[in-house]
Design a binder for this molecule. Structure first.
Ligand SMILES: *[C@@H]1O[C@H](CO)[C@@H](O)[C@H](O)[C@H]1NC(C)=O
Length: 179
């Protein structure tokens, strides 16, 4: 029969080891961030905004991992880094979280508006329209002078496309495709 001193000798280090892990992981019960999991339930219940994804306990989409916590990702216009990522999926980190080229900044990054559609409700309204378009007096995006079509391409580009079509037709005639 084990005497008291044996129990204390073996038991105490085990208890302290348990606490060391539990406290250093900051998790209480469950698998900490980065650990393998099968279901949400197996991940630590003490870490808000985390869950089991791709069999790893990790932060949900709008949060990023900082030590053993899930922290809010960075909003539009605010300072970000590669380790402090932007919240908006259509934003890039360029010092601050900035909407991607084909998006404009509203409450979120929204796709820039094509001609003959209502401009966005931001200031300046021009910025809500696609490249080579502006917001006219009736609040519709229209192509700049010299640009046309749904993507406001340059008249030169359009002309080049038309000319190449004509050349292709001439070649087909030449090779008697239309015999
Ligand atoms: C929007 O663009 C039009 C056409 O380029 C320009 O005349 C107008 O001044 C611009 N408005 C603003 C607020 O930038």
């Amino acid at each position: 029969m084990a005497n008291l001193s044996t129990v204390v000798l073996i038991g105490l280090p085990l208890v302290s080891l348990y606490f060391q892990f539990a406290v250093s992981a900051g998790t209480g019960t469950g698998i900490p961030l980065g650990g393998n999991c099968k279901t949400n339930v197996s991940c630590s219940t003490n870490i808000s905004n985390s869950g089991c994804k791709d069999k790893i306990c990790q932060c949900t989409a709008m949060f990023y991992r900082q030590n053993n916590k899930c922290v809010d990702k960075i909003g539009l216009g605010l300072a970000c880094t590669t380790t402090k990522p932007c919240k908006d999926v259509n934003a890039d980190c360029k010092g601050n979280c900035t909407c991607k080229q084909s998006f404009y900044k509203d409450t979120i990054c929204k796709p820039r508006i094509q001609p003959n559609h209502k401009c966005g409700s931001i200031t300046p309204k021009n910025a809500s329209c696609i490249d080579h378009a502006y917001c006219n007096s009736t609040s519709f995006c229209v192509c700049d002078k010299g640009y046309k079509g749904a993507s406001c391409s340059s008249a030169m580009t359009m002309a080049a496309v038309e000319i190449s079509t004509i050349i292709l037709c001439l070649m087909m005639v030449y090779f008697e495709v239309f015999k």
